[in-house]
Ligand binder design. Structure first.
Ligand code: ATP
Length: 602
């Protein structure tokens, strides 16, 4: 029962997005382009608010984070160093009949009877095709339908009067080798690199190959030294960036959730390795990973910082209206983690399309991943660029000199082992073990001189997924019945005032009364420098409120005859302020309006 309802809700959301100008299909007049979406007037405002809030929270309101805005196309070596050229792949397979492409790991498993054929013959011309093919039918379905599908397959390969050859059946359990939509056999899964390729310069040659960035993070690592030198930051500190990313997703789906062009908001927060923290502070803080550890402390190691960022990010979501109940968490298992990562927590949102567990609880889909990535990224860029990525930390140099020999040995052994593990993993068998051991030893010896490569905690969020979460979360319907018994359902988009595209609607009661219009325009101009105002003088008040409810505008201000003092001096220069969620109206002095509204939208 639950399934159709879920899809129905998603359909309503998609249709509202188009009707009200939140999201349009890209290039719609040409039939659209799969995986690309445009934001209409309301969506553009919503998106801008979200990015602005993220930027303000992550950098402007912090001492320890600086911002960056890097290019989309960067030196291709960046993507070799990051591993994207070699490993940024999804397994992909195609339907042998329709050519439809699937991500092999996203195919729902099917069971039934598979009808196999060794090939087919044209009964008129005698031409034969020897190419095996198979069709999976749910148990109980007559074989004719498999034969029909198989005939189509061989017709596409040039036979007209198909005579199927070598039919045999097989019972199949939970197989992902067949197209769930038509039962046709799929091609073997093969890796598909998700990066969009292009050429820089006038010649389309190998040397000119460049990639549209599949994430914004790598630019932060590549510019790490420049930011460090120009921002007067010291580890621990972060660099954040908002911008476009591109992934040639095999199967874009769920509206904007999986797109091919999207935006990310990423922070790389550089921290001292635990050995360095221990050398300076004597020990590394032990934290309860289930709650916010409070204000950052000098003895925080990666675990405390990781916990801190997960909780900070949850607070951000709560601040813009996504309560903890709407979110989910997934702590990646050791098998899921990248080899260099220490931990990764995904923050999920319970979308209308999210799957449920056996108990019927909605599981949620990823909004943001917060990963503890060790010193992998900076180390890789050091290796590939030949430029040192380490930092000098005088506090460490001084503290190290004061340690006793046993402690020095213990910490440098730990650091050595971690470096050797990394070097062994990334160099595979290309470099002799002695060389790797020598390099790891040199790295460990750097500690005494106050040198190390920072580790990093990476909170990486998708703007578009967050917009979809906010839209899904805001969507609500109210049904009212009038005196004649006619009922009507209206949509109210209950956006948190901080993200709402428009903060306030300003309405003159009647548009043909110049005094009302004049006063309403004055109110609009009073508020406009401070917030996004929608001025509307068309149609009945009910219609105007309803339009703003659908746009998610949290407040409405109506200028009526009382404002002009027609009912008496006590109401002169007052307006009605309507609350979208309660429909309650209060009388407010125009002079109080701005501070009142600012208090509600900030
Ligand atoms: P998924 O497993 O869903 O493909 P991911 O783990 O590959 O996501 P990351 O590489 O961690 O994603 O990217 C960080 C964030 O960027 C994600 O949490 C998500 O919000 C966003 N993102 C990633 N891919 C897409 C996409 N194709 N469309 C929209 N947003 C995306």
């Amino acid at each position: 029962m639950a399934e159709p309802k879920v899809n129905e809700l998603m359909e309503k959301i998609v249709s509202l997005c188009k009707r009200r100008g939140f999201v349009f299909q890209s290039s719609e007049i040409y039939g659209g382009i799969n995986g690309f979406w445009d934001y209409g007037p309301l969506g553009a405002e919503l998106k801008r608010n979200v990015k602005e809030l993220w930027w303000t929270t992550m950098t402007r309101q912090r001492e320890d984070v600086a911002g960056l805005e890097a290019t989309i196309i960067m030196h291709p070596q960046i993507w070799r160093a990051s591993g994207h050229v070699d490993t940024f792949c999804d397994p992909m397979c195609d339907c042998l009949l329709t050519k439809k492409r699937f991500r092999a790991d996203q195919i729902d498993a099917q069971s039934g009877n598979a009808y196999h054929y060794t090939g087919a013959k044209d009964s008129a011309s005698g031409k034969e095709i020897v190419e095996p093919y198979a069709v999976l039918l749910p148990a109980g379905k007559p074989p004719e339908s498999a034969r029909k599908t198989a005939s189509q397959f061989y017709q596409l390969r040039g036979l007209q009067n198909v005579e199927l050859l070598g039919e045999r059946t097989e019972k199949v359990e939970n197989s992902t080798r067949y197209n769930p939509e038509n039962g046709s056999l799929l091609t073997e899964p093969r890796p598909f690199n998700l990066m969009f390729k292009t050429y820089v310069g006038p010649v389309e040659s190998e040397e000119g190959i460049a990639y549209l960035r599949p994430e914004t993070a790598q630019a932060i690592f590549a510019q790490f030294k420049n930011v460090l030198e120009t921002s007067r930051q010291k580890v621990p500190f972060g660099v954040c960036q908002v911008g476009k990313a591109f992934r040639n997703e095999v199967t874009p789906r769920n509206f904007t959730f999986r797109s091919r062009e999207f935006e990310q908001m990423e922070l790389e927060f550089f921290i001292k390795p635990d050995e360095v923290v221990e050398a300076i502070s004597g020990s590394v803080a032990v934290v309860d990973e289930t709650k916010h550890p409070g204000e950052p402390q000098p003895n925080w190691g990666w675990k405390a910082w990781h916990t801190y960022w997960v909780e900070e990010r949850v607070r951000f979501y709560e601040n813009i209206g996504l309560s903890r109940e709407t979110l989910g968490f997934h702590r990646q298992t050791p098998e899921e983690l990248a080899h260099y990562a220490r931990a990764c927590v995904d923050i999920l949102f319970k979308f209308p399309f999210s799957k449920r567990d056996e108990q019927g609880n909605v599981l949620g889909d990823e909004l943001e991943g917060i990963a503890a990535r060790s010193d992998f990224d900076l180390s890789q860029h050091e290796r590939f660029s030949g430029k040192p990525m380490g930092v000098f930390d005088d506090e460490l140099r001084v503290a190290w000199a004061k340690l006793d020999d046993a402690k020095k040995q213990e910490l440098s052994d730990r650091y050595y082992n971690a470096r050797l593990k990394y070097l062994t993993k990334v160099n595979k068998s290309d470099v002799p073990v002695e060389k790797l051991e020598k390099d790891a030893k040199e790295d460990a010896e750097g500690l005494a001189k106050g040198q190390y490569i920072p580790h990093v905690i990476e909170p990486s969020a998708g703007v578009d997924r967050l917009i979809l979460a906010l839209i899904s979360n805001a969507y609500s319907e109210v049904t009212s019945t009038d005196e004649k018994g006619k009922s009507e359902t209206r949509v109210i988009m209950k956006f948190h005032p901080r993200v709402a595209p428009f903060k306030v609607g300003v309405f003159p009661l009647l548009k043909n009364k110049p005094e009302l219009v004049k006063r309403a325009l004055e109110v609009r101009d009073l508020l406009r420098p401070h917030m996004n105002v929608f001025y509307d003088d068309g149609g009945s008040m009910g219609k105007r409120y309803a339009r703003q409810d659908e746009a998610g505008t949290p407040f409405g201000v109506t200028i009526d005859f009382d404002t002009l003092g027609e009912k008496g001096p006590e109401l002169l220069d007052t307006v009605t302020l309507r609350d979208r969620d309660t429909s309650k109206q209060e009388r407010v002095k125009i002079s109080d309006l701005l501070p009142l509204l600012l208090g509600k939208i900030r």
